[in-house]
Design a protein around this ligand. Sequence first.
Ligand code: APR
Length: 240
Amino acid sequence: MEHKESNPGPCRKVVVLSGAGISAESGLRTFRDGDGLWNTYRMEELATPQAWARNPVLVLEFYNWRRKQAMEAEPNAAHFALARLQRFFEVKIVTQNVDDLHERAGSADVLHLHGELHKARSTADPSRIYPISGWELKLGDRCELGSQLRPHIVWFGEEVPLFPQAVSLAGTADIFIIVGTSLQVYPAASLVHYVPAEAPKYLVDPRSEPDSPIRNLTAIRNKAAEGVPELVDRLIAGLA
Ligand code: APR
């Protein structure tokens, strides 16, 4: 019987894990950099179920403020480069971001691990999710069951329902790109450990350290709007 080498075929599936840093050059603040949101505001008062129970108006106003900023922001070269990559690879975006800049840049397959700013959710039935038209979600905005609508955001201490889906995406990645995340929030930060060891991994972040315990990881010490387009060009040219 003829022994045929198994031909792995071209590396065709790119999975991306993005964080707040990819939207920084679009003018949206990160969380843990110098002027980060959690260095300015207390997450315990704005992004937990307890905060919502204690002061829903404050929580609604916080996300209205962020929603308005996200609507006024534009995708940057990093978002557009990942959208362009779709012409050459199967690209799956797993983002911790709740803005819609990946979608507005043209990425077709975006999984929001931590929810979406432009959606609201019934407090009586979490499966009832609604688009928010405009930037405001107010006390008194109710679902058809008559319950108050809340931001469709995963708050600290809440389950991350889409994580299992993200794990199976990571497990099938031929190439894995991490951009703009401090990798301090779990389970999102553990995603890279589900990527096959032999798959090439790239970390685009101005603070990335060259020596990483993660196998096959190349640190690109650069901002996303420059580092991601450069990496995308190299992947398309087959140079990375
Ligand atoms: N380009 C690329 N990376 C950048 C840029 C930039 N222009 N500016 C900052 N960064 C990097 C920072 O060096 C840092 O590593 O982006 C990262 C931002 O880290 P965080 O502020 O912690 O944001 P993130 O990792 O997305 O936070 C994860 O925490 O509060 C929760 O739910 C929230 O999704 C968020 C999660």
